[in-house]
Design a protein around this ligand. Structure first.
Ligand SMILES: NC(=O)C1=CN([C@@H]2O[C@H](COP(=O)(O)OP(=O)(O)OC[C@H]3O[C@@H](n4cnc5c(N)ncnc54)[C@H](O)[C@@H]3O)[C@@H](O)[C@H]2O)C=CC1
Ligand SMILES: CC(C)CC(=O)C(=O)O
Ligand SMILES: [Mg+2]
Length: 368
């Protein structure tokens, strides 16, 4: 299979983890006879420095031509005092909007070896396996007006959603639940917010189209509590943009580190942008110690969702599990009797396993 992938390394550890993704994809291409071509483009603070904007037109144009996009992360203290239209985060929001990537899938999976890497009790974390479906191009992060007023003495942000925007993400979440354990929890703040009341109404209406899916509603404050006290009650969570942003970082505690959560940002036709849930981690950038697994697992999501390469995606996920099972971990994770390694060593181990496991598979196929 021939595919063209645009890489958006961005800022901080973004460039370090994108390098890991590329190496993993080279290994997959070699083992499975695919031809992946790569093109790197600027976004975020790096783009502000070189192009004077966090989202250059040529970056958008390249992404529009791509079969899929991998993004590292954007932002950092260097750009924190810029006016809001020049903030690196505007580049990320802008590319999501420009490509109409309305559905952000954030799987949260606990690995057996990481049970003690979480500060939560083993019996709470054990078997964690849920999917957060976050609306990605509406709500507070995009509403207008969003501005300072009265010479900086007051401020306004706007939370707006249309029926169509809510319906498309709710539909996506119901379909995701049908592919999993048929249980959808819709998270809102319907006791206070008009947007949440409409959200809840639409989920109730849509239920009739998906009779095989059990539906619950939770207010976001209680959902935040239940996520880390009884995660086993969740299968698929659907929620609006900002709630999903916050709940997914919280959910990462179940896995032991923010460095473990991948994500897929999708639209209906399968085009997608794949990125770790974490940010640019300026506190550890440039030290070679970032956990590349969230980014590597995001490449597996790319192979699955954009290219329908399930075997290849599964092989990456198996390699991640195997490396962790062997006790290897980056500094963000604590594994009793584990071996702490850096970003490039972790990447090399995954690549090695991909090569040896796919070799084993082809030998076995010869005897079938
Ligand atoms: N998708 C994106 O590009 C995002 C960008 N940001 C931006 O990133 C910058 C830093 O934001 P923070 O609030 O510090 O969030 P962050 O996610 O960058 O880091 C939070 C904490 O988690 C750690 N961490 C994150 N990813 C890690 C990894 N792969 N391996 C090991 N440790 C990891 C960091 O070292 C830090 O202690 C800000 O400019 C923010 O706006 C934040 C979130 C998402
Ligand atoms: C620019 C932010 C909304 C990025 C972020 O925190 C996220 O998407 O998780
Ligand atoms: Mg976030």
């Amino acid at each position: 299979m021939k595919k063209h992938i645009v890489l958006l390394p961005g800022d901080g550890i973004g460039a370090e983890v994108i390098q890991s993704a590329k190496q993993v994809l080279w290994a997959i291409a070699e083992e499975f006879n695919h031809e992946f071509t790569f093109e790197s483009r600027d976004i975020g603070g790096t783009a502000v420095d070189t192009h004077g904007t966090p989202l250059p037109d040529e970056t958008v144009a390249a992404c529009q031509q791509a079969d899929a996009i991998l993004l590292g992360a954007v932002g950092g203290p260097k750009w924190d005092s810029l006016p809001s239209h020049l903030r690196p985060e505007k580049g990320l929001l802008g590319i999501r909007k420009a490509l109409n990537l309305f559905a952000n899938l954030r799987p949260v999976k606990g690995y057996p070896k990481l049970l003690h890497a979480s500060p939560l009790k083993e019996e709470v974390v054990k078997g964690s396996d849920l999917l957060i479906v976050r609306e990605l191009i509406g709500g507070l992060y995009f509403g207008t007006p969003s501005e300072r007023r009265d010479k900086g003495q007051s401020v306004v942000d706007t939370l707006a959603y249309s029926r169509q925007e809510i319906t498309q993400i709710v539909d996506k979440a119901f379909k995701s639940a049908q592919l999993r354990r048929h249980h959808l929890t819709s998270v809102d703040k319907a006791n206070v917010l008009e947007s949440s009341k409409l959200w809840r109404e639409i989920v109730e209406e849509k239920k009739a189209d998906y009779p095989d899916v059990k539906v619950d509603h939770l207010l976001v404050d209680a959902a935040a509590m239940k996520l880390i006290t009884n995660p086993g009650q969740f299968d698929v969570i659907v929620t609006e943009n900002m709630f999903g942003d916050i709940l997914s970082d919280e959910a990462s505690v179940l896995t032991g580190s923010l460095g473990m959560l991948p994500s897929a940002s999708l639209r209906e036709d399968g085009v997608g942008l794949y990125e770790p849930v974490h940010g640019s981690a300026p506190d550890i950038a440039g030290q070679g110690i970032a956990n590349p697994l969230a980014m590597i697992l995001s490449t597996a999501l790319m192979l699955r969702h954009s290219f329908q390469l399930e075997d290849e995606a599964h092989l990456i996920e198996t390699a991640v599990q195997a490396v962790l099972d062997d006790g290897y971990h980056t500094a963000d994770l604590q594994i009793p009797d584990g071996q702490k390694i850096g970003t490039s060593h972790m990447t090399a181990l995954i690549v090695e396993l991909i090569k040896s496991q796919s070799a084993t598979k082809s030998i076995l196929n010869c005897y079938v």
